[in-house]
Design a protein around this ligand. Structure first.
Ligand code: ADP
Length: 266
């Protein structure tokens, strides 16, 4: 069984490819819940093979941004383009347009949301087989390879309750990868874990970054943001207040709101 790297063994990441069109483009994203504005004019772009980290206080809109990228939430306005699939939320897109957008990315949630009655293997193959209509045998083989890649080779036939929280979250990552998405979205993937289990999940995420996966990650793990991300967006009150390379935003922020937030979390 391959264990994921220890996070402290820093493996250099090559620079994310620059130039060329972004894989993800977001412009003018806006959303209100019951008349209360929670996102306003959110705009950013993500280059293929790069890692973007969203930071900011609780309630600043980070999760809602991720959910609008994945069409789990319908924004009121704004354009989201992933690869060659675009949705303009201001035109009230229909179900078909939204599911096409959803198919471009896969989300890893804070709590893994595994089906408790299914084996690890079946949890991973459910999406490819049921949603994508792929043959079970092919999906099984790929799921076993993915399990090995997240350090869980021997666990295919176990049920989620037999695994630790960190192992369950690694299954959640394998399940997202099984959909073969262009873009991986992580919504606070380690915040529900006991502290001693956080490292193994971050190590798997770092491996994915090294492999060149394009990722957008909401996290409070500043070390991860510092060492793995290519850009950091700081959100507050539904807007992107500051953005840039991690060294700039995390160690030398320009905005007072960013400094206040970082003082609180670091
Ligand atoms: P963050 O991820 O930064 O903590 P969220 O995107 O979860 O922020 O939430 C932004 C704001 O939107 C918060 O005020 C939250 O209470 C509100 N919100 C999020 N989802 C809903 C919902 N489904 N219904 C009503 N309000 C919501």
């Amino acid at each position: 069984m391959t264990e994921p790297h220890d996070e402290s063994r820093d493996e250099p990441r090559g620079p994310a490819p620059q130039g060329g069109p972004p894989l993800l483009e977001v412009t003018g994203l806006a959303k209100a819940f019951d008349g209360v504005e929670v996102l306003r004019d959110v705009e950013f772009a993500v280059q293929p093979g790069s890692v973007t980290v969203l930071i900011g206080p609780s309630g600043s809109g980070k999760t809602t941004v991720l959910r609008c990228l994945n069409a789990l939430e319908t924004a009121d306005a704004g354009l989201v383009r992933i690869g060659d699939v675009s949705v303009d939320y201001s035109t009230r897109p229909g179900k078909r347009a939204l599911s096409k957008l959803r198919a471009q990315s896969a989300m890893v949630f804070q709590a893994h949301n595994l089906f408790p009655h299914l084996t690890v293997l079946r949890n991973i193959t459910e999406g490819p087989v049921v949603v994508q209509g792929r043959p079970q045998e092919e999906a099984d083989a790929e799921a076993r390879a993915l399990l090995e890649s997240v350090g869980l080779a021997g666990k295919a036939e176990q049920h989620p309750y037999q695994l630790s929280g960190g192992q369950q979250q690694r299954v959640g990552i394998a399940r997202a990868l099984a959909l073969d998405p262009q873009l991986l979205l992580f919504d606070e993937p380690t915040s529900a874990l006991d502290p001693e289990l956080v490292g193994e999940v971050l190590a798997v995420m770092k491996d994915l970054a090294v492999q060149g996966r394009t990722m957008v990650v909401v996290t409070h793990e500043m070390r991860f943001a510092q060492s793995v991300s290519d850009q950091v967006l700081f959100m507050d009150g539904g807007v992107v207040v500051e953005r840039g390379e991690p060294a700039a935003v995390l160690t030398d922020p320009r905005e007072a709101r960013t400094r206040t937030f970082l003082h609180r979390v670091l």
